[in-house]
Design a protein around this ligand. Sequence first.
Ligand SMILES: [Zn+2]
Length: 68
Amino acid sequence: MSKPDLRIVSCPTCKKSVPWSEKSAFRPFCSERCKLIDLGEWAEGRRSIPGKSVVTDEKHNEFTEELD
Ligand SMILES: [Zn+2]
């Protein structure tokens, strides 16, 4: 009759179900990746996906074209 006290939480980043146990090293995140993404968002103060630059690439291209 003993039922394991296993809580399920949602990963704040991707909303994936994460068992709240010792095996979930990055809880409440499902993975280190999601944890880093969330921490990055807090650090940057914005909600964007790391690796996908929003304005930087366009600005870079503009400068490159001007230089050419
Ligand atoms: Zn996740």
